[in-house]
Design a binder for this molecule. Sequence first.
Ligand code: SAH
Length: 515
Amino acid sequence: MQECKKGKVWLIGAGPGDAGLFTIKGKKVLDQAEVVVYDKLVGQGVLGMIPAQAKLIFVGKVSGHHPIPQHEINEILLREAQAGKRVVRLKGGDPFVFGRGGEELELLRQHQIPFEIVPGITSAVSVPAYNGIPVTHRDFVSSLHIITGHTKKKDEAEIDYEALVRLGGTFVFLMGITAMPKICRGLLKAGIEKDMPAAVLERGTSAHQRRVVSDVSHLAEDAEKAGIQTPAIIIVGKVCALEKDFHWAEDRPLGGFKIAVTRPKDRDSSLADKLSMLGAEIMLMPTIETKVIADNKPLEDAIHDIRRFDYLAFTSPVGVEGFFNKLREMKKDIRDLGSIKFAAIGSATREAIEKRGILVDLMPSVYSGKALGSLIAAESEEWGSKIGRKPEVLIPRAKIGTDDVIRPLEEASVKFTDIAVYDTFEASYGETDKAGAISKLIDFAEEDVDYVAFTSASTVRGFVTASGLSDFSSVKAVCIGKKTAEEAEKYGMQISTSKQATIDSMVECFLSLQP
Ligand code: SAH
């Protein structure tokens, strides 16, 4: 109770960027956050996990503005915690590895605000790993040193290069890009071997990570030629030479791909999971939102009279959810559904049904409303002759659903009842809107996305609103089917269409493209 009144602060490491490297504990705490204070280094994938209800406070440097001074950040944390909130302070990498985590705790400690630390994966070891460089290796080094290249006073002598060179081992410099020539000079002056392997690793763990591998005498020059920018780490030591044997991240089937996946907010995306397992970096864009219609007399009537129907056809997991929520609300369960047959448009919908303990009777081989409608039409004719009357179909689905599924039923004169169970909205981006708060974290123009995946025409429209772009000719769209492609064409996007209208076929399509 005490804790609750006072609020609490969790200092959480978000990892180096790849959302998969965020810890399970970090995610659990973030799910419960009421206020999230974050800065620039937190990866977009982790920002996308911030729950819609949380208040967001950005304390990073925005171009053209000064960074928010540390004491102000400390005060923000204190103020929010004193207001009784569950405050998450999200920081890139690990909060205590050059993350000023300690400084942020001091004021909280003074005011006896409870806090917890959730360590994160530091860039100092993970960025080398994603570049095929093990920071230690028994054949080469016996120590690892993590050093800041950005000292408080701009005094070169602050780093004791002689001591470092005497110790040997692997040196990792964070925040060292500006000071790189100085650092290399310092090491050389202290007597490090001139041809000691060294590398600079830019935007590690992201799809567009880059590395320049050289030696300590030439690194600064080579990095400048390559136009290396922050965030980047410098690594010096024999282990850098192992990269040529151990590189792996960009060699994955979709390594180097940054793909924006549009999806209904707060829903899992199996496409995103599959692409990311193949090595792509995913940027989740919540461009459509769904809302189950609560006050739904037509659905209640249909459920009261459920025995009249022979088929229950679902075209989305949200439809399944809406239907079963209502069933439960009406104090009924699957026993009240009798021997009704279940039809699902595709595997995600089938899973949603099966989770409720029901096996699906019908599912078309292609994911499309038309295929589902045709399948039910064909099967119900047979079934009708068995039961000696015309079967009836109940279709609980989206309010703005297309006629694709019902047309084949009409053509075959199959009786059906089409009921809207949820509404679909393009995610809104207003100041006051919670979903908007999340979406505003994504500035599409600033993200160097290679492709955008569209799984329906409405995701195209949602993206058009959400992206804030006015010209779409440089957007490379991968579309799930013809309808979706037609919609993307309207905006002049460059289009690839999957052979079949299935998620797996979308994945195949990506595998045939270049990042
Ligand atoms: N607490 C962070 C470090 C903060 S200091 C951590 O544990 O990783 C910021 C520096 O971290 C940057 O200047 C850069 O040197 C390094 N850095 C952070 N993320 C990085 C990334 N994805 N790729 C390369 N360097 C990164």
